[in-house]
Design a protein around this ligand. Sequence first.
Ligand code: MN
Length: 471
Amino acid sequence: MEYKPTIGLEIHAELKTRTKMFCDSKNDPDEPKPNVNICPICMAHPGTLPVINKEAVKHVLRVGTAVGGKLADFTEFDRKNYFYPDLPKGYQISQYKYPLISNGILANIELERIHLEEDTGRSAHETGDYSLVDFNRAGIPLMELVTKPVIETAQQAVFFAKELQLLLRYVGASDANMEKGEMRVEANVSVSQDQELGTKVEVKNLNSFKSVGRAIEYEIKRQSELLDKGEKVVQETRGWDENKGKTFSQRIKEESHDYRYFPDPDLPKLYISEIPEFLGESLKKELPELPWDRRERYKKEFDITDEDIEMYVQNEKFGNLFEGITKELLPDKKLIKLASNYIASDLRNLIGDDTSTFTDKTASFAKLMRMIQSGEISSRGAKDILAIMVSSGGEPEEIVKEMNLVQKSDEGELKGIIEKIIADKPQVVADFKAGKEKSLQFLIGQGMKETKGAANPSILKKLFLESLSKS
Ligand code: MN
C-alpha cells in the first residue's frame, strides 16, 4: 500500500566562536590532542559559574533573522538532565520553553524553533572493556534547529539540509561540515494512511547528505512494509549503517519529561529586545546577501546557465570573483556569458578553490574576454593565455605577442599551409570529394595543429573550401 511519509528534521551545528559557550576555553573542534581546551567551568568543578557567550547568541539570532523567524523577547537556558560519561555536569545546558527563535521558513519548509545549547565531549570506545573521553568539544556552542513535521520526501529533506549548510556558511555561523560532525542531521520519519500522523522513528548518525537521503528512504520503506504486514511501528531511536544501507534499533525514545528540564539558576534571563545589537533591525543590516537571494539575482541579471549559477552560489568565493569580473564587462551580457564559461570551467580547473590568487586579475581577465570576442585570439589560444596569466601573471595582450598567439587571419600565410596539407593528404581530399563531410573537419584540425592553434578556424574552413573546389 501507499503511505504518506511525514518527515521532520533536527539539525545541530557547531558555532564558530573564539571561546566555548559558557567559559573562555578555546573553541577548536580540530584540536587533535585530547583534553587541552578545558577548564574548571566546562569540566563542571564545584563552585564554578557559567557565563553566556554573546557571539554565540548573536550567531543564532542572525540565522533566525535570515530565515524570517521570530526573535524571542524573553529567553532563558534550561538544564537537560541525563547521565552519560561525555557530559561532565550530568546535564546539558539547553533551551526548553523559550528558544531564541521560533518559526521562520527555509527552503519552503516551516521551522519550529532554533535554540542554543552546548556540545558534549567525545567518547572513544576502545577494544577491551574501557572507553576514553575527550572533553575538548564539551561546552562548544551548538545551535539546534527543528523543522515542523512538514517534509514529504527524502529529496526535500536533503535539499533543506544543503540550504541550511549554505546559510550557516554565508552568515559565518558555522563551517557546517557534515563529515567533520560540525553539522549533524537527525530525521524523524513516520508514515500514515490518513491525516493523522503515524508513530515516528528518529534516525541518527547521518554523516553526509547522501546518508540523510538514503536513511529516510529506507525508513519509509521499512515502516510501510511493517504496516502492510499488520505490524506496528515502534517509537524508537534508530542508527544508520551506511555500509549495510540499513537503520538499526538503538534505544526506545525518551520523552521530554525524562530529562527533568528546569531553568538553570546559574544563568541570567535574557531580554533580547533590551540589547541594542540583538535587535532584528541591526542584525538585518549586518547580514550578507543570502544564498537564495544571490541565486535569484543571477537568474534575473545574467544570461548564464543554471549550473554556473549554482556553482557561484555554492562556492561563495567563485561567486565573488564572477561578480568582480562582471563589473568590468557590464552591460555586455553576451560577454558575461562568455566569461562565465571560462570562469566555471577553465579558470576553476586552473586555480582550484583558491580564488585569492586571481582577485586582482579581474580587469586582465575582462581584456582577455574582449580579445576572444573580437576574434583577435582563438578560444584555444585564450586557454593557453589564461594558463600563463594564472601561473606567471602578465597582461593578455603582452602574452599574446610573446607567444605569437595572435589569431592568424592573414590569408596569404594560411594559404601556404593549406596547400601543403592538401598535398600531404590526398586520401582525405579524395574522401571529401566523394562526399565525406567529416574529412573537412579533419583538414581544419590539421590546419589548427600546424599553426599551434593560432589560426582562425572559420577562415581555414573558407580557404579549404576554396582550394578544394579549384583542384
Ligand atoms: Mn540538542
